[in-house]
Design a protein around this ligand. Sequence first.
Ligand code: FNR
Length: 384
Amino acid sequence: MGSDSVTREVASPDLRQLATVAEVERAALERLPAASAAYLMTGSGEERAVAANREAFERRRLLPDTLVDVSGATTVTTVLGRVVAAPILVAPTASHLLFHPEGEVATAQGAARAGTVLCVASAASRSLPDITEAAPDARRWLQVHPLRDRGLLDALVARAAECGAEALVLTVDAPVRSRRVRAERGGHVSAEMGLLRDVLGVRAEDVPPGTFADLDPSMTWSELERLAARWPLPVIPKGVMAPGDARRAADAGCPAVIVSNHGGRQLEDAHGTLDALPGVASAAEGRLEVLVDGGVRRGADVVKALGLGARAVLVGRPVVWGLAAGGAEGVAAVLELLRAELLTTLQLLGCPSPAAVQPRHVQTADACAASVHWTCARASSPLA
Ligand code: FNR
């Protein structure tokens, strides 16, 4: 596939000139055809959950500790017991051939360069063997939908295990598909279902249409338990927002959960994920690693998530913007931008590592003002 069929006739940007994720976003959207851009950017309905994700980050500010030795500060941490260069992982997003002629192969190379985990969507346009071969050192997880066809679900997991995937991510916020108006208005887009085609062992034209739309709305926690019992891969539910579901996941033996509202693409009036995070983190009681995605656009957003109980964040659209702007290099550039911002933010906050960020570092403006009033009241009291 030539690059013209994916991006418009707009010159590739000089990635070194792009200083923020927002600038990468603008560069990507200039290059993408309108229908692909609409598919990428859409949320469900009036896109309130997309807005809620950003609003939850913007409402919070950071309260630094000063005169802390941050000379040796690092962003390195572990996720599921293995090292990552930063607590910034790649969320599963479908159909990367819509955004770059190499699709998920380029995404995997970019993630490998950044030293992080790539969560491959089962609606990926490239096969798992292609992705694995292109970036054998990348840590890979496979995302699966609650498919009605359990035989296909098992075949996907088997392929993932063969290809060295280290975890299975079960999307639990999509028992049915939502209505995505912006994508509908943008026009139909379709991409090669390379991953599925390989698993089914069929030609492109023989992939059953709508396979990933054939979701099973009757799926319950027993299916997650079945997958965990049947396959040697840890199972991570993605889309957990309620504390009770975090407890269920821990009881089911999951090592982690992903707090997510699917980037605002499923439940229209979902909370912003940063607002849901503290409840899930508290219910996890240290039994689970808590990961979160939705609206992470700055290193400071990563810090806010860490402070409210996350082990790491995942990023969806920003990685795709990097892919559209510059292929593997663009993906690596976006992840490095976020990592560098994270490092500076940690240092300015007086935190030498991701683990040093505490809930007290992350506040709403109101909470900060309330603590100032309380301190002033004490200082002026005769007992102070
Ligand atoms: C997604 N997301 C997603 N999630 C999933 O579990 N399976 C999937 O196939 C997809 N596909 C997908 C496509 C596109 C174009 C987008 C933007 C998102 C959701 C994704 O994993 C993640 O939850 C959000 O993208 C996180 O929000 P941000 O970072 O995009 O704001």
